[in-house]
Ligand binder design. Sequence first.
Ligand SMILES: Nc1ncnc2c1ncn2[C@@H]1O[C@H](COP(=O)(O)OP(=O)(O)O)[C@@H](O)[C@H]1O
Ligand SMILES: [Mg+2]
Length: 200
Amino acid sequence: VSGEVPISARKKLDKTGKDLQIWHEFIDELSDAVRQLLSKDSRDQKIRQAVREAVEVIASAFTSYRERNNIVIEIEIPSTITTPPMFLAQLYSIITNLLTNAMKWVMFQKDRRIRFEGINIENGIEIKVLDSGPGVSKEIREKVFEPFVSYSTPNLELGTGTGLGLTIVRNFVTDANGTVEFVDPPEGWGCCCVIQFEDE
Ligand SMILES: Nc1ncnc2c1ncn2[C@@H]1O[C@H](COP(=O)(O)OP(=O)(O)O)[C@@H](O)[C@H]1O
Ligand SMILES: [Mg+2]
């Protein structure tokens, strides 16, 4: 039969098949992450959570997306870095929102890098999310944490942009007595989001 299908139609079919394959991979990866996110364990109890492990789980949910879009991610977090007591689902949500934001905005550049850093600070820990995107200008650095404030354009795979992501991030960080803000990025980066948790 394939001999009777005009070559242009066959090319289109090939492309559709490939597209479907890509979507299939993407949904598979995401559903793994969602399963973990919704698992009872992740809402069981507020405990100190290992940051590196959580970043790895969430980052791996977007492997095929990152590969297709040439986004490079670095995770520079010693495995000893832990949060104050919180639900794992809260940490996953914080990381997912910050990572999907970073992935959305690096798409505007040719150079697409994201880096998670974690260090001990006096009395606590600091987590930085750096990306090579355009960053958040000083005038709107606080405003972006307000509900429904969004300047993003719809991204088919990463969501339409409800303007709730950063509101959720701040709620969960504050809930664990932490702070989150955008600061001037270091040399070589476009955006820098900093979370600090201090122990009482
Ligand atoms: N990594 C980032 N780079 C540039 N701008 C960002 C980044 N993260 C967040 N923002 C800005 O903050 C706004 C609010 O983010 P968020 O609450 O996650 O909403 P949404 O992603 O749905 O737009 C975004 O629309 C964008 O303008
Ligand atoms: Mg968002």
